[in-house]
Design a protein around this ligand. Structure first.
Ligand SMILES: Nc1ncnc2c1ncn2[C@@H]1O[C@H](COP(=O)(O)OP(=O)(O)OP(=O)(O)O)[C@@H](O)[C@H]1O
Ligand SMILES: [Mg+2]
Length: 349
């Protein structure tokens, strides 16, 4: 039985992503997995809905209501809303709505953040009810979540394709050795589909419809051309509703430029990495995590373009928070991998 009282004073892990927020509670596992979105009344500043409920309102709200994503490209852009979303989620799992109390809170952050952005992630956690905030770089958490042997003196490559950022990192001995953070990921792919449908079909579709198209029939390699689905939107010139049939080949064309940028960045990391790391990579392969890893054929395309075997981790959408969870469960053994400003700096491309 769900007993919120048992969470009092517990350690928790948070993956506050551009698209989704996940919370892990020590000894319990993942207890929250919802979109990081909030609906706000502009006139009163009152929060009307958070998470799943707010996502349903996307593109359907009257003028006085805004649906806000407080993270842009992996970075907190609206501190107040980010804090409210986290607070709301923690309230769901906390004994009293007026008093939130968690011991250690470990939050995942993209690599390459500025000091101000790191501080902002810490502050959000404290403001939302954590006693102490610790940061961990998301690629390290993803590698842990994928059960890669990150503590050994061998390197592993992880590519985490989220909503806002694609984090490409080579990890060795618990730290990031080389990394690149690309601001092209799942949300950009969704926007590519909105733009393509407008240009090719002269139809304006919403973000939710475009995301459904991407998830249902999106693919980056030829094959499955017969896959198609219908989509409804508003005709550009008449302004009236219209339905189209969109095919897998259309979506592939729509996504090609952004997908190429992702693949090129993976290649760039491989081409500039020190030779020892490249040798390890050939041995272990590349691991894809994050929701974008589920785009059909992306693993095959990366494998073809880099000549390195490429695998999708199990349950890519929960990989980062499961990694943070393993730090919480094995804190004394793994605390050294928490983001430590004293550690020698990685090579950032
Ligand atoms: N089956 C799928 N095929 C393609 N894309 C998918 C699929 N499922 C989810 N996505 C995309 O994955 C993205 C969300 O992934 P994820 O939850 O890992 O991001 P995030 O951690 O919130 O973002 P970030 O790490 O960039 O801050 C969304 O853009 C979503 O559309
Ligand atoms: Mg993420």
């Amino acid at each position: 039985m769900f007993n919120p009282l048992s969470y009092f004073g517990k350690d928790i892990g948070v993956d506050l992503g551009t698209a989704n927020i996940l919370v892990y509670v020590k000894g319990r596992g993942i207890v929250i997995n919802e979109p990081s979105i909030s609906a706000i009344n502009n006139k009163t500043n009152q929060i009307l809905a958070v998470g799943e409920e707010a996502k349903k309102m996307l593109g359907r709200t009257p003028m006085h209501i805004s649906v806000i994503r407080p993270l842009v490209k992996g970075v907190i852009s609206d501190f107040e809303v980010a804090q409210e979303i986290l607070r709301h989620m923690l309230r769901k799992i906390s004994p009293s709505s007026s008093f939130l109390n968690f011991q250690k809170v470990i939050i995942g952050i993209p690599s390459n953040l500025t000091e101000v952005e790191r501080k902002s992630a810490e502050d959000v956690v404290i403001a939302a009810g954590g006693n102490k905030a610790y940061l961990v770089e998301e690629p390290v958490a993803a590698a842990l979540g994928a059960n890669l042997p990150i503590e050994e003196a061998t390197s592993n490559m992880i590519v985490d394709i989220g909503g806002g950022t694609t984090e490409i990192a080579i990890i060795s001995m618990g730290g990031v050795v080389v990394s690149k953070s690309l601001k092209i990921a799942g949300d950009e792919l969704t926007s590519d589909i909105v733009k393509f449908v407008k240009d090719e079909f002269k139809l304006i579709i919403g973000e939710t419809t475009a995301e459904e198209i991407k998830i249902n029939i999106g693919s980056v390699v030829p094959g499955g051309e017969k896959i198609e689905m219908s989509a409804r939107g508003r005709d550009v010139s008449s302004g009236l509703p219209r339905e189209i049939i969109i095919r897998g080949s259309h979506v592939r064309a729509a996504l090609s430029k952004s997908v190429k940028s992702i693949v090129d960045s993976v290649r760039e990391i491989i081409e500039t990495a020190p030779p020892e790391l490249v040798g390890d990579m050939l041995k272990h392969g590349i691991y894809l995590s994050g929701g974008g890893a589920l785009l059909r054929g992306l693993d095959q395309l990366i494998e073809k373009e880099t000549a390195v075997s490429t695998k999708i981790v199990e349950e890519p959408l929960t990989c980062v928070v499961r990694g943070i969870g393993s730090i919480i469960e094995n804190y004394s053994k793994l605390k050294y991998i928490l983001d430590n400003p004293l550690r020698p700096k990685e090579i950032i491309l």
